[in-house]
Design a binder for this molecule. Structure first.
Ligand SMILES: [Zn+2]
Length: 875
């Protein structure tokens, strides 16, 4: 699955902390586990066929299934999964005839009890059933776009059982054969090519070819009046399916797929494992995408682009999401985790691989820098006292929600660190061995580590384990005397927080300036303290403790050496290292190693860095300063500071795209202009925004697609009710997902309190899709006062909101109590502490929210004076 752009903060755009937090839920939440019931496996499926009659213009569907079973030892009964399904008949057969059997559905477990004990051997289970379509975008669900009904599936992790009876666990990896009866005008897509098709009285019945062995969570079905176009250049047949009339917006993405697939085949040293590769674009889709073999599903906002109007960030996002989902075809699909405790590995690997492919195929995007933003964000999350290990046993309800939160970004950073340590070639050969040994079956993380250790000729597993089975991250304190470097490790903690001591086995990559030379050393730090002598060197001038900006750890070098790094950064540090330095400065502030004034002064010196993406990392830090310290009284000083810091950058890059500029300039400009227009309130940028937004209204194609959205949001800030109506009308009228999204976000950018009220009401009463309902409240929550208002919107409308979203995301509504405000936190604790407003997982999210608020308030109390003094002194 891919949450992007919802999993990560859009690194080039200012986004509210709430949107970021809410959107984190897409990484964090695999499913509601309120009723996780693990099957004993004594009776297990060998293959399954499923017949469904699906008419998305009605509320219900019906079907039947035949499951070939094997029973290992004598048993009274056996169970499989079915959740909320009406069972109309159930028959259990032996090879010689039917057996008498009772069945009972309790929770999501369907138990079958024969009249006499079940003997080992082969059985067939036949079930007829009916069900209502789900309306919260999980299981087999229906939705409408432009008044037309469509039916889709989304099963990961445990929602296949909501669609039909099945053995809904990843270890039951078996061939499936699907047959779908649909209205003649509907198109039907599933994982495999069509084997046969017949029509009768306005209905058609499509039998799909049997799948390769798959776990239930990877099955996919789409039914509706879809259009499609071919994806050229693939080694297997492949099309992009869209809602009716939208196929023209799929041409850009269609062109991107073949090179990405080819690069992956090359890296894995293995052809794409399935018979076809279709993409399905869905209007109401909460995750970014999902890797079903042969039928990858995508949110339309990612896949459907106007080919003449693709912004730099859209281009990078679509490449990244396609690469992530296609990486899963090998890692996750061909070889599947045995149980959900290794889901993190599935996702970490796909994220890491997706990054690698995008960096390789599109070097101009500088994704090697952009991806560092998500790692920095996750390090901040992982620094909190409530952080948990990414790998833990998953035994009971709620475990998975707690564990997977860090999977994508922490996991990929750890994988990258160890790849760097053992070398790219050894790492790749370890992955290839792992895939060959476990093809079409299941495996565990331990199998992966042993393949890597074998390929590397080194013990990778025990070092990896220190990062995966312990929470948090290390802080490495680095000092030097003569030619000797001392490394000390401890657990990084935010200021004032006591955490139990831990030790990691850390591949530390050092870049060292000594005797006018630059050297690189990687050492495995396994003890609390270690000394490294640099041979042939008299004295050490400077040390960058995270060479190439890599490594899942924070570091500290002391005041004077830090000054040297900051001052000489442009001469001695690479752009990745300068990017990493920004995040590490933020951590030093959080950890109490530097004051708020020193932090501001240091990051400010990179505000006009040669690399625009480093300036973007500066803005990440300033975002934090804004959210933590900038009260209404400080707003003017902060605005002046931003204007002074960023004006030279605007002068350097201009407000319009230049023919010869690098893609990172194009990608960064919208964020720059948004800060100058919305935070600094620079008159010339506001005038630019007025002109640009007017032009966009007249003809969207006439405006740089990267800049349209920010111009609308800048103008909205002091816009009136007429402008709101105009934006709402344009939002409703367009069928271009990018234009739709630009106007919707702008609707949440008005400052006028009365318009905000209208906007919040519109989120629930306007023609928004359920997965769009948080866009406006998140925009409003940019300020503390706005955050209070959005929080009240959540609590006032909790019943309605929670009914419209997938249940797995509901716990994360508690995060709307986050920020830096003790009173809002108290209200959140009162509201979400009430059992009437809780689902499985809410309490844990509330606890994490509280930790974040307490840390933020403590930081503000400690450093507000220093920050205010710095900002006002330099006014
Ligand atoms: Zn994924």
């Amino acid at each position: 699955m891919f949450g992007w752009p919802l999993t990560h903060k859009e690194p080039l755009m200012t986004q509210s902390r709430f949107l970021t937090v809410l959107l984190l839920l897409f990484v964090a939440a695999p499913a509601t586990w309120a009723s996780v019931n693990r099957l004993d496996g004594n009776a297990y499926p060998v293959e399954q066929s499923i017949k469904l009659t699906i008419d998305p213009s009605t509320a219900a569907y019906s079907g039947s299934t035949v499951i070939a079973l094997r029973v290992k030892t004598t048993a009274e009964d056996f169970s499989l999964h079915a959740d909320g399904i009406e069972i109309s008949s159930l028959e259990l057969l032996t090879p010689t005839g039917p057996l008498e059997a009772r069945h009972a559905l309790q929770g999501d477990v369907l138990t079958v009890t024969p009249g006499a004990p079940l003997q080992p051997g082969e059985y067939t289970l036949r079930i007829e059933f009916s069900n209502e379509f789900n309306t919260q975008a999980v299981g087999l669900y229906r939705m409408e776009a432009e008044g037309i009904g469509y039916a889709y599936t989304q099963f990961e992790d445990i929602d296949a059982r909501k669609a039909f009876p099945c053995f809904d666990e990843p270890a039951f990896k078996i061939p499936f054969q699907l047959t779908i009866t649909a209205r003649e005008q509907d198109t039907v897509v599933s994982n495999t090519p069509i084997a046969s098709e017949s029509t009768e009285e306005g209905w058609k019945t499509i039998a799909f070819k049997q799948t390769k062995p798959l776990p239930t969570y990877l099955l996919a079905i789409a039914v509706g009046p879809m259009d499609s176009i071919e994806m050229p250049g693939l080694p297997v047949p492949g099309r992009i399916y869209t809602p009716k009339g939208m196929a023209g917006l799929a041409t850009y993405s269609a062109q991107m797929t073949a090179p990405i697939l080819a690069a992956l085949q090359d890296w894995f040293g293995m052809p794409y494992p399935y018979e076809k590769l279709d993409f399905i674009s869905i209007a109401e889709y909460w995750p970014g995408a999902m890797e079903h073999p042969g039928a990858v599903t995508f949110a339309d906002r990612i896949l459907l682009l106007d080919a003449q109007q693709v912004s730099a960030s859209q281009r990078r996002t679509v490449a990244l999401v396609i690469a992530h989902e296609l990486a899963h075809q090998w890692f996750g699909n061909l070889v599947t985790m045995e149980w959900w405790d290794d889901l993190w590995l599935n996702e970490s690997f796909a994220d890491w691989m997706g990054d690698k492919i995008v960096v390789q195929l599109y070097p101009e995007m500088r994704h090697d820098l952009v991806e560092m933003g998500s790692v920095n964000d996750i390090m901040r999350t992982d620094s909190q006292a409530t952080a948990e290990p990414i790998r833990q046993p998953v035994e009971q309800a709620g475990d998975l929600i707690a564990n997977v939160g860090l999977a994508y970004a922490k996991g990929k950073a750890v994988i990258a660190m160890f790849e760097r340590w053992i070398g790219e070639a050894a790492f790749r050969s370890g992955v290839q061995q792992y895939l060959e040994q476990n093809a079409w079956g299941n495996a565990e993380a331990a199998d992966f580590w042993s393949a890597l250790s074998e390929a590397a000729g080194a013990d990778v597993a025990s070092s990896m384990a220190t990062f995966l089975e312990q929470p948090g991250l290390p802080l490495i304190e680095v000092s030097a005397a003569d030619n000797t470097i001392t490394l000390k490790q401890s657990r990084f903690a935010n200021y004032g927080v006591e955490l139990a001591p831990q030790t990691w086995r850390i591949p530390v990559a050092l870049r060292v300036g000594a005797d006018d030379r630059v050297l690189e050393r990687t050492v495995l730090l396994t003890e609390p303290e270690m000394q490294v002598a640099i041979e042939g060197v008299d004295s050490i001038d400077w040390i960058m403790p995270a060479a190439d900006g890599s490594g899942y750890y924070r570091w500290s070098v002391g005041d004077e050496p830090l000054k040297v790094l900051v001052t000489d950064a442009s001469n001695i540090l690479s752009d990745r290292e300068r990017f990493a330095l920004m995040g590490n400065l933020g951590a030093a502030l959080d950890g109490g190693m530097i004051g708020g004034d020193t932090h501001l002064q240091a990051v400010s010196s990179f505000a006009n860095d040669p690399e625009p993406l480093v300036i973007s990392a500066v803005l990440d830090e300033l975002d934090k300063v804004d959210n933590t310290f900038v009260t209404p009284e400080l707003e003017e000083a902060f605005a002046a500071y931003i204007k002074r810091s960023l004006s030279p950058v605007v002068d350097r890059f201009g407000v319009a795209q230049r023919a010869d500029e690098s893609e990172t300039v194009t990608a960064f400009r919208p964020r720059l202009l948004l800060w100058m227009g919305a935070v600094a309130r620079d008159e010339s940028i506001i005038a630019w925004a007025r002109e640009t937004s007017a032009q966009y209204a007249h003809d969207p194609a006439a405006v740089d697609p990267s800049l349209a959205g920010v111009s609308l949001r800048i103008v909205a800030k002091d816009g009136d009710g007429d402008l709101f109506d105009d934006f709402a009308q344009r939002f409703e009228k367009t069928n271009n997902p990018a234009v739709r999204s630009n106007y919707l976000r702008a609707l949440g950018a008005f400052d006028d309190p009365a318009i905000r009220e209208r906007a919040l009401a519109y989120s629930l009463t306007g023609p928004l899709r359920p997965n769009e309902m948080f866009t406006i409240p998140s925009g409003i929550a940019q300020t503390n006062e706005g955050a209070n208002r959005s929080f009240r919107w959540i609590t006032d409308n909790y019943a309605q909101i929670s009914q419209r979203m997938p249940p797995l995301f509901i716990p994360f509504l508690a995060r709307f109590g986050g920020g830096c405000d003790a009173e809002r936190l108290q209200r959140a604790k009162a509201f979400f502490g009430d059992p009437a407003h809780q689902v499985e997982g809410t309490a844990k999210q509330l606890e994490k929210t509280e930790t974040g608020v307490v840390d933020c308030i403590r930081l503000r109390e400690r450093e507000a004076g220093n920050v205010a003094a710095y900002l006002t002194a330099s006014m």
